[in-house]
Design a protein around this ligand. Structure first.
Ligand SMILES: [Zn+2]
Length: 205
């Protein structure tokens, strides 16, 4: 897996709006995400909306609450557009027109990234439980595993041409949820160089 790496967020910046829906309503519609487990039930239809409070939208960053996306400023978005094929969507603000920042929408790619028996063994060893199925939407979430505890990747079918991708497997506990994200090395290096305080690169096995 030399060509893909993980981008680890060293910090979070920017609170999604409105807080009542953790910022999910503008992105997915009120009925587009599960209010029990938090997981989107379909593709993103609207913009991530961020509060300006305590946020200087420069470089690249991951907001609070919604962790499986990356925000970039105008200049970095321009650089990325020329070099990578990415789904970039304007970030919205509660009281001012959209602009100044862009969201990299990270597509789910593949049928599975891990062997279920590997995940079962690792989650049991770490948590004594494997995960849970949401009683409302039926989505299975594996309990979270730190990078060093995750089993080896067996991505089926292989990732191919994408520059950034998220796993079909969901991880998390109660209201928290995330997918595993892989980033093409050159893209990760460009983002980290623009925002070294926000990201570090982690090799994957
Ligand atoms: Zn659910």
């Amino acid at each position: 897996m030399r060509e893909f790496v993980e981008l680890e967020a060293k910090r979070n910046r920017g609170w999604p709006w409105p807080e009542k829906s953790f910022g999910m309503d503008p992105m997915f519609g009120a009925g587009g995400w599960c209010h029990s487990c938090g997981i989107p039930q379909g593709p993103q239809t609207g913009s991530l909306t961020l509060q300006r409070r305590n946020l200087t939208p420069v470089g690249a960053w991951v907001p609070y609450w919604i962790y499986d996306l990356i925000c970039v400023d105008d200049g970095l978005a321009e650089t990325l557009r020329g070099r990578f094929s990415l789904d970039l969507r304007p970030v919205a603000w509660p009281a001012t027109p959209a602009g100044d920042a862009w969201q990299i929408v990270i597509p789910t790619v593949g049928q599975s990234w891990y062997a279920p028996e590997d995940l079962r063994r690792q989650t049991l060893a770490r948590h004594r439980r494997t995960g849970a199925r949401c009683p409302v939407c039926g989505t299975w979430k594996w309990l979270p595993l730190a990078s060093e505890l995750l089993p080896p990747l067996h991505i089926t079918p292989p990732l191919g041409d994408v520059d950034i991708a998220a796993s079909p497997e969901w991880f998390g506990d109660s209201l928290s949820y995330f997918r595993k994200i892989l980033v093409r090395r050159q893209l990760a290096e460009t983002i980290t160089a623009a925002s070294p305080k926000d990201f570090l690169i982690r090799e994957v096995t």
